[in-house]
Design a protein around this ligand. Structure first.
Ligand SMILES: *Cc1c(COP(=O)(O)O)cnc(C)c1O
Length: 393
């Protein structure tokens, strides 16, 4: 059988070796705790489930939906954006449902990029920022996220021959995997940059509702001029514990939204209307739920911070996202430190290098595991690595 080369262009799946090790440890009867994946452990809020169940009992939801989205869905999104971010969205033309943020992020490349074009993709970053452009026949150009720059891409340092060929810029704050938040004024610079170089900005907003210590993350769309240059993809997955539901939306520039809707009519037939009812309930009746979840993660965050400090690591606890991005001790790589933690403590942490070349030297620790498992993981790390003395790392 012959296949197209598209998948071969995607960087190899770096968790493969780690997964092999985990299954062999488990086969030996070892209790491995994974802090590797970012998938909320707690259930979807009750009002969302009830709205979905009610809608499923209504046969009117059983037909093909449209890619316009229901009026109720679009109005719920517009009212949420107005109240939460102070952003005005026209429900008729500036909002389209997408089947999970990942669907939006990966397919948006198909409406923005031609062969020969470049996509400006943060490194480390969510894998579809790379695979999406590759599937579109274009190439990703990595924008390193350096700690010295607050894990924000240095837009001014992008060479002119690159900006000339680029037509899409991905941004993602609060950021996965670094847990970084956007600095004041940065989105304004991004709008200016997009205007100057005539490119489309796609802001991947998966984490604005998971914030700590009173911090409230902005929407890209509240930046003056943002709607002229791009869109935001907002996902319900993380804030409302809905990763399995595949529920998100794209909002902002009406030309991008309409173009994306047209693309989707060729790929899928829209979001199940019962799902749209569930999303509307999340954004109206269960608006305060992500703040409750944030309290849970904040407590877990502090637990992990103490443990990492006790083994001698320097850590800056994140102000948003359920992720710790920690520099590995001197003498280790992302891979060798992940190995060490797995070997000694039977705890999985993600090697930073799995998120792109600039992730080397870091590991990502996820807080999306039940409290008792996290406590167990943390105490194992403290006991197993206490003698290793990473002090000075
Ligand atoms: C989780 C996540 C998403 C969205 O996930 P969906 O479940 O597909 O909505 C998007 N971007 C980043 C960076 C994420 O971590």
């Amino acid at each position: 059988m012959r296949f197209s080369k598209r998948l071969d262009q995607v960087p190899p799946y770096l968790f493969a070796e780690l997964e092999r090790r985990i299954s062999s440890m488990e086969a030996e009867g070892i209790d491995v705790i994974s802090l590797g994946i970012g998938d909320p452990d707690l259930p979807t809020p009750e009002p969302v489930i009830e709205a979905a169940a009610r809608a499923m009992h209504d046969p009117a939801t059983h037909d093909y939906p449209t890619n316009h989205g229901t009026k109720a869905f679009r109005e719920a999104v517009a009212s949420f954006y107005r109240d939460r971010f102070g952003v005005d969205l026209d429900p008729n033309g500036e909002i389209v449902p997408v089947l999970g943020g990942k669907e939006g992020v990966s397919h948006v490349a198909l409406i923005c990029l031609d062969p020969g074009d470049l996509c400006l993709s943060p490194d480390p970053g969510y894998p579809p920022y790379t695979s999406g452009p590759l599937f579109a026949g274009s190439e990703p150009y990595y924008l390193p996220l350096a700690e010295e720059n607050g894990f924000l891409p240095d837009l001014g340092s992008i060479p002119g021959d690159v900006t000339a060929r680029a037509n899409l810029l991905f941004l993602n704050y609060p950021n996965n995997p670094t847990g970084a938040i956007v600095r004041e004024g940065y989105f304004d610079e991004a709008v200016e940059f997009a205007r100057e170089h005539e490119l489309i900005v796609v802001h991947d907003n998966a984490y604005s509702e998971i914030c700590f210590e009173g911090y409230r993350a902005p929407s890209f769309l509240q930046t003056p001029g943002a709607k002229d240059v791009g869109v935001e993809i907002f996902s319900l997955s993380k804030g409302w514990n809905m990763t399995g539901w595949r529920c998100a939306l794209m909002a902002g520039n009406p030309e991008v939204v309409e173009r994306y809707r047209q693309l989707k009519t060729n790929i899928d037939s829209g979001m199940f209307e019962a799902m749209q009812a569930a999303a509307a309930a999340a954004l109206t009746e269960a608006r305060d739920f992500p703040a409750e979840m944030s309290e849970v993660y904040e407590r877990r965050r502090d637990l992990v911070a103490d443990a990492l400090r006790s083994i001698g690591l320097h850590v800056t606890p994140p102000l948003a996202t359920p992720y710790f991005w920690a520099r590995v001790p001197e003498g280790y790589t992302s891979g060798s430190f992940s190995e060490l933690v797995l070997e000694r403590a039977a705890v999985v942490v993600s090697p930073g290098s799995a998120y792109g070349p600039s992730g080397e030297g870091f590991v990502r620790i996820s807080l999306t595991v039940p409290d008792d498992r996290l406590e167990e993981a943390v105490s194992r790390i403290e006991t197993a690595l206490a003698g290793t003395s990473f002090h000075g790392a």
